[in-house]
Write a protein that binds this ligand. Structure first.
Ligand SMILES: Cc1cc2nc3c(=O)[nH]c(=O)nc-3n(C[C@H](O)[C@H](O)[C@H](O)COP(=O)(O)OP(=O)(O)OC[C@H]3O[C@@H](n4cnc5c(N)ncnc54)[C@H](O)[C@@H]3O)c2cc1C
Length: 383
């Protein structure tokens, strides 16, 4: 795997050391308490993770998607949730870097690269998740400001973050619907309300919140790219990197689950021998490692294409499908291998199991992704 330059490989190695030394010992405690890991965020700032994929000209590390995927797998193989803190932030940063005016990039990216300003992505609404064109949050121009009214839900990083890249309707009557959608760089201010942290089964400790906007004013110069009507396309443009990331989080959960199961299967005995010597357990371990390795190869393939500037929507969708399903399957199989102890919070496998489900839902549900994959296939192999 010689895809990373020496510098980038050194960074991956540094993250691995940090994950083992700092993250592993505290993961269970933060997760069970559902407590935001402020100290971990400070350490991630020091490491440079908030600038991982931001260009060097804006103060980031400019890492390739390939290197970034390796980092995310390492973090998620120990505790997936913190990878969401820098991932949502980096998706917002990458949208600004791809679509923003030079002024917007100079204003926001350097502060985002250090983690001083942390971002979230505000797309989903109570009535609209997969069908984003159905959103109802409206931004009306009033002099030099947009006045925003509406609500968002499930927005990660929105309590402790400082700004949201907000998908709004600037022309609610437009047809087709996407032509009336725009993105605003929304810093917190009067009328931007965080209505409370949602209680979640998994992906705990991280602030995922409901937001409401009540005559909230955003300066006109914060319209992403400076032109209305591009918000949906700007959102879709970030999906490839977002899906490589979610794939990596799923693959990390899968790999972490496999490692825990391998250890437990050698420590635990039943009927006079370590349980790994029972064929039923061997079948599980074999399927798990095959899924993990398969998902990692698909992620590498998608990331390689992304880095070379090629279109990779099919590859990123396949990687996301494989990585996230590997996370669910492997954590569930590991639960079975742990037997009754899987339900004990003493063994952390139950956290991997709880965290795994989000990966099949975020960045396009796997139902929708299967349709994306099939349509792409037909387009590429048309008879
Ligand atoms: C913990 C957590 C964190 C999140 N963080 C963020 C965030 O930071 N920012 C943000 O904007 N959002 C966030 N989300 C929201 C997430 O992106 C949405 O939940 C996701 O897009 C799915 O939308 P939905 O939940 O409304 O499901 P729906 O769209 O209502 O889907 C429900 C079911 O219908 C299926 N379905 C819908 N349409 C189709 C179709 N055309 N074909 C086939 N099947 C279909 C889906 O696959 C699914 O099975 C988060 C969600 C969670 C749970």
């Amino acid at each position: 795997m010689a895809e990373a330059s020496n510098d980038q490989q050194e960074f991956v190695d540094a993250v691995e050391v940090w994950v083992e030394k700092e993250l592993r010992p505290v993961a269970r405690q933060y997760d069970l308490a559902d407590e935001y890991p402020h100290a971990i965020v400070e350490q991630m700032k020091e490491l440079g993770l908030f600038g991982a994929t931001i260009g060097e000209e804006y103060g980031g590390l400019g890492l390739s998607a390939w290197t970034y995927a390796q980092i995310v797998i390492k973090v998620a193989s120990v505790w997936m949730a913190p990878s969401g803190i820098f991932n949502s932030h980096l998706i917002a940063a990458s949208a600004i870097e791809r679509n923003g005016t030079e002024e917007q990039k100079r204003k926001y990216l350097p502060k985002m690269a250090t983690g001083e300003m942390r971002g979230s992505l505000g797309l989903t609404e109570p009535n609209a998740g997969s069908d984003l064109q159905a959103i109802r949050t409206v931004a009306k121009l009033d002099g030099d400001h947009y006045v925003v009214n509406g609500s968002k839900t499930w927005i990660t990083n929105s309590l402790h973050g400082h700004m949201t890249l907000l998908l709004v309707k600037t022309d609610p009557e437009a047809q087709p619907r996407h032509k009336g959608m725009s993105m605003l760089i929304a810093e917190k201010g009067p009328g931007y309300n965080v209505d409370g942290k949602l209680k979640k089964m998994g992906y705990r400790a991280i602030d995922t919140c409901q937001l409401s906007f009540d005559d909230y004013r955003v300066p006109k110069e914060n319209l992403l790219g400076g032109v209305e009507g591009r918000g949906f396309i700007q959102t879709a443009g970030g999906l490839e990197l977002g899906r490589i990331n979610v794939a990596s989080r799923g693959a990390g959960i899968a790999e972490g689950s496999l490692k825990m199961a391998l250890r437990y299967a050698q420590e635990r005995s039943a009927f006079g021998k370590p349980i790994w010597q029972h064929q039923a357990i061997q079948l599980k371990l074999a399927d798990m490692v095959t899924q993990v390795e398969g998902a990692k190869r698909l992620i590498e393939n998608a990331a390689r294409k992304y880095d070379s500037g090629e279109r990779c929507d099919l590859e990123a969708a396949m990687a996301k499908l494989a990585g996230s399903e590997a996370g669910v399957h492997c954590s569930q199989e590991a639960m079975r291998i742990f037997g009754g102890y899987s339900l004990s919070v003493e063994y952390e496998i139950e956290r991997f199991y709880r965290d795994s489900m989000l990966m099949v839902i975020g960045e396009g549900t796997n139902e929708i992704l299967r349709q994306v994959i099939a349509k792409q296939l037909i387009e590429r192999y048309k008879i």
